[in-house]
Design a protein around this ligand. Structure first.
Ligand code: SF4
Length: 367
């Protein structure tokens, strides 16, 4: 073995992935990604990444390759403790110098859609809106924190938040006014089904500093309309696509495509249909693929149609290739999964539901 390798070991976050007969390496801690040349394939096939000190298969590799493996974090100095890196990411995330006040606000849990996989489907979509008392309490809370922050970021969530547009207007304008007195920035995003996202409303959102919208489309028209339909059963695909094409160009639109075993085969057709209407030419609209999860404690009725996380990770890279080949820029540039280090609630992150002023650390706790 080359003498230098004796001082090195494998990262414990290495993965080998075989795609279309080619071998790729991926490091989940650094996000490092490498494609293995055929002439070195045998060396890497024989490597056992679980035996961290077993580097003998790399002994014959040129120094340039060893350097690249170090650069990607695939091999690291023997005395390097990766767990300490994760701990430090975690503490930086929780207690670091980030001075943003991040809020998720729910103006209503009502929705005009009836998606079968909705986490709200048993809650009967209450029509109530965020009350004046709740809005006042949020503003009071922001006033109490504003001297210690430099940025307020709001995610508008629901239900369908655009059914509470009046409440969004009141809150967003109050926050902007409050922040302007203190040299604090305000920005936001909205997670909407896209049905009510008309040109006029997209203009208004941008003007209220809500400059990102996440809109879910589940596949080509027929497939999308099977899972994302109105209360009366009518399809929603055409109206959403028309809305996106006319949306304000300063609104970043992220198209989320929920992937299940039933709809994955329609992705190429869906990407073609987006291209046909010119979505690929719109720099402000970017699609990405998301895993549908069954959050029920006992396996729910969608369990059998959900991919597991490892299965989805493999599928996701193929789906991204489809987007890239057709000239789309995927919305999430990181290859998943990647360790981020801070898995529990961050300072200042909370969610305010519409009828009471209460902090939650996770969207799933609200309903
Ligand atoms: S659009 Fe969202 S909130 Fe409305 S039914 Fe579908 S999943 Fe539920």
């Amino acid at each position: 073995m080359e003498s230098g390798l004796q001082e090195l070991k494998f990262s414990r976050y290495n993965q080998k992935v075989e795609l279309s007969g080619k071998l790729f390496l991926y490091n989940a801690l650094t996000g490092g990604y490498a494609s293995v040349d055929e002439e070195y394939r045998d060396n890497f096939d024989k490597c056992d990444f679980k035996k961290l000190d077993s580097m003998k298969e790399l002994a014959e590799l040129p120094n340039a390759i060893i350097n690249q493996l170090m650069e990607g974090g695939f091999i690291i100095p023997k005395n390097f403790d990766e767990f300490n890196v994760i701990k430090s990411m975690h503490y930086r995330g929780r207690f670091g110098a980030n001075k943003a006040l991040t809020m998720t606000l729910i103006p209503t849990m009502n929705c005009n859609f009836r998606c079968p996989y909705c986490y709200e489907k048993d809650k009967k979509y209450p029509v109530k809106k965020m009350t004046t008392e709740v809005m006042d309490a949020i503003i009071k809370y922001v006033e109490s924190r504003i001297d210690s922050v430099d940025h307020i970021f709001v995610t508008w969530y629901g239900g369908e938040p655009l059914l509470g547009l009046h409440e969004i207007r009141i809150m967003q304008n109050k926050l902007i006014e409050l922040a302007s007195q203190k040299d604090v920035q305000v920005s936001g995003m909205i997670i909407t089904n896209g049905y009510g996202l008309t040109k006029e409303i997209s203009d208004e959102l941008v003007q209220m500093q809500i400059k990102t919208a996440q809109v879910t489309i589940d596949g080509p028209e027929e497939i999308h309309n099977r899972t994302r339909f109105l209360k009366n059963g009518e399809g929603t695909y055409r109206r959403i696509i028309n809305n996106l094409l006319q949306a304000n160009e300063n609104l970043e639109v992220v198209i989320r495509v929920n992937i299940q075993k039933e709809n994955i085969k329609y992705v190429p057709e869906f990407v073609d249909s987006l291209k046909q209407v010119g979505i690929d030419k719109r720099n402000n609209i970017k699609p990405y693929f998301s895993l549908v999860r069954d959050y029920e404690i006992d396996k729910g009725y969608i369990y059998s149609s959900c991919f597991s996380v490892p299965e989805f990770s493999e599928e996701e890279s193929k789906l991204r290739q489809i987007l890239l080949k057709k000239g789309f820029q995927p919305a999430n540039s990181n290859i998943q999964p990647k360790l981020y280090g801070y898995f529990i609630e961050k300072q200042y992150v909370f969610i305010v539901p519409y009828i009471c002023f209460k902090f939650f650390s996770c969207n799933n706790s609200v309903v």
